[in-house]
Design a protein around this ligand. Sequence first.
Ligand code: CUA
Length: 151
Amino acid sequence: RYEKIWLTVGVLTLIAFIITLGVNAFAMGAQPPSNTQVMDPTKVSQTPPFDQPALKQIGQNNYVANMTAFVFSYAPNRMEVPVGSTVTFNVTSKDVVHGFEIPGTNVNMMIIPGLVNSATHTFTKPGDYLILCNEYCGTGHQLMAAHLIVK
Ligand code: CUA
C-alpha cells in the first residue's frame, strides 16, 4: 500500500516539475531580455523615443542618444558632448541589419530591425569620434557613418 502512495507522490512531483518547466519556457519566450525592446520595424518612426531621434542630457555628465539606423545613415548623424561625458546609445534599425561601431571604444553592436540595443561609453579624450556601420547592408554601406564630437 505504501508503495502505491509513494508512486503517486512521485508521479505528481514529476508532473509539477514538467508544468513548471513549461511555464518558465513560455514566460521566457514571451518576454525579451530586459535590455531590449521589440517593435514593428516599419513603426520605428512612430514609436517614441525613435520618432524623434536625439541626444539628450540626463545628468551633469550623462547623456542618452536615442538613434535610428537606416540605409545608409544614422539619425542624428552629428552629436556633440563635453569631454568626460558618459553616453548611452540606444539604437534600433528601421530597415535591415546594420552595425554600430565606434573605433577606439568598447562600443560595437549589431543593430537589428525593431530591436533596441544599448551600449554606454565614457569619453575621456576630446576628438571627432566616427560611428560606423560594420555590417554589410547594401550599396551605400561604406558611406554609412555618423560623428560624435567630444570637446
Ligand atoms: Cu548599414 Cu552597413
